[in-house]
Design a protein around this ligand. Structure first.
Ligand code: NAP
Length: 309
């Protein structure tokens, strides 16, 4: 099968990829953005976004993703849907292979493949996915009208989604492994003020049990005491893992967690390859910095191409 070549390929269509697409399209570079699912990435898992500048009243995750894609398309962003299964970065021309066997090549690559929710890895978790175990409050909250659900985690996602769940559920119990939340203060304040949210501190969920769906959680506290909590569902929101299965991690000098280190200009260890958004090795994963990194990555790509010619 013949390989199609582009000067720039952008892998992934979340906020980093769509911003890279916008910048590449506006600078009239020969480019292609490849997305395997829905444009927007993890933004689509977020009910409401209150901290993206310019949207004074906030915006839904769906609408923000839609606007980002429409914005890039206004400048003729070139994109396709496809699942990249392997990437060869051993030569100056980078080779990408898609699931259907098609191959693509590029001079410069921006990796924006993002991340996905981390599982707890406990008995009952896999068994009850879709039957009470969820990784997305925004997607599944309406199924729990007038019910009792648990949320596991203490970060921004867990606390924000716990609040969203109270629009449907009667009661939300947030279970955290420490006695202090990691989430930003304004989200904490809202959760503490919400009468529908209660907290189980210093505790781990060890098992999810039930017959046809989730019925109980077996919880172990840090003093070694077990207890059982009756719930109708559990939302596991304990951080993210990198979408890196198609990447040559050794060449990219991936960190321990499988995320890709870069310099300040988003350049990775491989010449002509940039990484932007949640796949980057970093502390802060916000939509705004993913978008910023997407822009930086295109400028770094332009710089690389100029020096190449
Ligand atoms: P996170 O910030 O990494 O927090 C993960 C939470 O899960 C932590 O509270 C952690 O506990 C807990 N945890 C991790 N592994 C666990 C395990 N095995 N068992 C039990 N608990 C576990 O992840 P996140 O909340 O998904 O957020 C990801 C990124 O997106 C962050 O950078 C976040 O700021 C960003 N984000 C921002 C917003 C916003 O600005 N509105 C909204 C959502 C997400 P410890 O605290 O003890 O480590």
């Amino acid at each position: 099968m013949a390989s199609t070549h582009h000067k720039l390929i952008i892998l992934g269509g979340g906020p980093a990829g769509l911003t890279a697409g916008l910048y590449a399209a506006r600078s009239r570079m020969d480019h292609l953005l490849i997305e395997k699912g829905a444009e927007g990435g993890q933004v689509l898992l977020t009910d409401w976004i209150d901290n993206y500048p310019g949207f004074t009243d906030g915006i839904s995750g769906f609408d923000l993703a839609d606007k980002m894609a429409a914005h890039a398309r206004r400048f003729d962003m070139n994109s396709m849907f496809g699942n990249v299964v392997s990437i060869d970065l051993s030569k100056p021309v980078k080779q990408l292979t898609l699931e259907d066997g098609a191959s693509l090549s590029c001079d410069t690559l921006i990796i924006c493949s993002g991340a996905h929710p981390r599982p707890l890895g406990i008995p009952g978790e896999k068994e009850f996915i879709g039957k009470g175990v969820s990784y997305c409050g925004t997607c599944d909250a309406p199924f729990y009208r007038n019910q009792h659900v648990a949320v596991v985690g203490g970060g921004n996602t867990a606390v924000q989604e716990a609040e969203h769940l109270t629009k449907f559920a009667d009661k939300v119990t947030l279970i955290h492994r420490r006695d202090e939340l990691r989430a930003t203060k304004i989200l904490q304040e809202r959760a503490f003020d919400n009468p529908k949210i209660d907290f189980i501190w210093d505790s781990h969920v060890k098992e999810i049990t039930g017959k046809d769906g989730v019925e109980q959680l077996q919880i172990l506290n840090n003093e070694g005491k077990y207890s059982t909590l009756d719930v109708d569902g559990i939302f596991i929101l304990i951080g993210v893992l990198p979408n890196n299965e198609m990447l040559p991690l050794e060449d990219l000098e991936a960190d321990e967690g499988g995320f890709i280190p870069t310099d300040t200009e988003t350049r990775t260890a491989v010449a002509g390859v940039m990484a932007a958004g949640d796949i980057r090795s970093k502390e802060v994963r916000q939509i705004i910095n993913a978008a910023g990194e997407g822009a930086t990555a295109v400028l770094a790509a332009e710089d690389y191409l100029t020096n190449l010619s």
